[in-house]
Design a protein around this ligand. Sequence first.
Ligand code: TTP
Ligand code: MG
Ligand code: MG
Length: 423
Amino acid sequence: MTTRLRRIAHLDMDAFFASIELLRYPQLKGLPVVIGGGRRTVDDALLAGGPGQPGRALRFIPLTDFPLLKNYVGRGVITTATYAARQFGVGSAMGMMKAAKLCPQAIVLPVDFEAVRKYARLFKSTVTEIAPLMEDRGIDEVYIDFTDVPGGQRGGGRVLARLIQKAIFEATGLTCSVGVAPNKLLAKMASEFNKPHGISIVYEADLQTLVWPLKCRKINGIGPKADEKLARLGIQTIGELAAQEKAFLVAHFGKATGAWMHEVAWGRDNRPVVTESEPVSMSRETTFDRDLHAVRDKAALGVIFTGLCNKLAEDLQRKGYAAKTIGIKLRYDDFKIATRDQTCEDFTADGRLIRQLAGQCLKRVPLDKKLRLLGVRASGLVKATEFEKLQNSAQERLFRQQALGLHAMETIAKTNHSSGQLF
Ligand code: TTP
Ligand code: MG
Ligand code: MG
């Protein structure tokens, strides 16, 4: 087995709420746009096609119809701003009045939360289709474990990062920035290095050059209060923090925080990427070009069956899962469906074992009618890392049993009679 480097990505959408409005009104591309304030009558008029033009396509609304920041009346704060607006010093959490002074010509639009949720769902599902180990970190950002994803190691993660960026752009029309690093802590910093639409790759060896010059505040977890206290102690940068004795930090910030500060300043972070929603099952199926008979077309069916099992095994391995239960689905020429499944003692992502278990299922279905469709399904999934842990403890059990003079137990496949269940 080749040793893989731990590669963790942090992906963050660029000017998220504002970029969503630019999809709706592409004529605003490249212009300073700020999002903030409540919805006003002028906003409703825009959504209807512009003042006096109900029914007009939104992309044809002339720029002169858009409300400007200088005319904005009200208190509110800026939620976010396009990069064009940021050049004027306008940004998140700034009061609208102050922003209007800096960039009076900026166009101001309200947040469309429904659209935000829709695009958040869409970009996240695009990520998990490519790399399933994704941790949701809020409306517009995620961590992704690249370590075992095909291509996740190439160029330190650059190849996969670019692929995901492209897939998100194709699915949503939105851009994002990605940082790939040995852990979440560094990845989170790295995703900001080349914003917008950037990728940055950080290795452990880059700590001194890329991370230590940054302000302590860039560490996710060091807030304004801790930062102020660090500044009072004469510590401005992460490098200066790293130069402190752990005992010194513990003395000033307490045992847990002090030790944590020391670790993060040295770029160390072992937190795993935690996925909240695990897939329940994975399956592969195929409908034949012509109906096949189990006996007369045995050879052809055998090849297809083995192919499906191997593809399913590849899917499991690529997405980092192992399955407890393997099942089959048949559709006969009269469109009736039969399913069977088989639970094994261990978890598996192995093509040959999947083929063997699926073969046992096949022996339990009637095969007198012709078949239209064949499918193989894996359920009872665990993450491969969990599986390794289970395997290790099973191995230990086995050694203990052998030490006690017991026979090594064979994996006994328990038969689970269920039928008529759809995949
Ligand atoms: P961010 O990712 O912090 O900002 P952003 O996506 O607008 O810009 P960047 O390119 O720098 O990542 O936040 C994501 C969205 O969350 C942002 O578009 C609007 C919303 N948001 C708030 O509602 N309030 C806030 O204070 C911040 C910072 C963001
Ligand atoms: Mg963002
Ligand atoms: Mg964000």
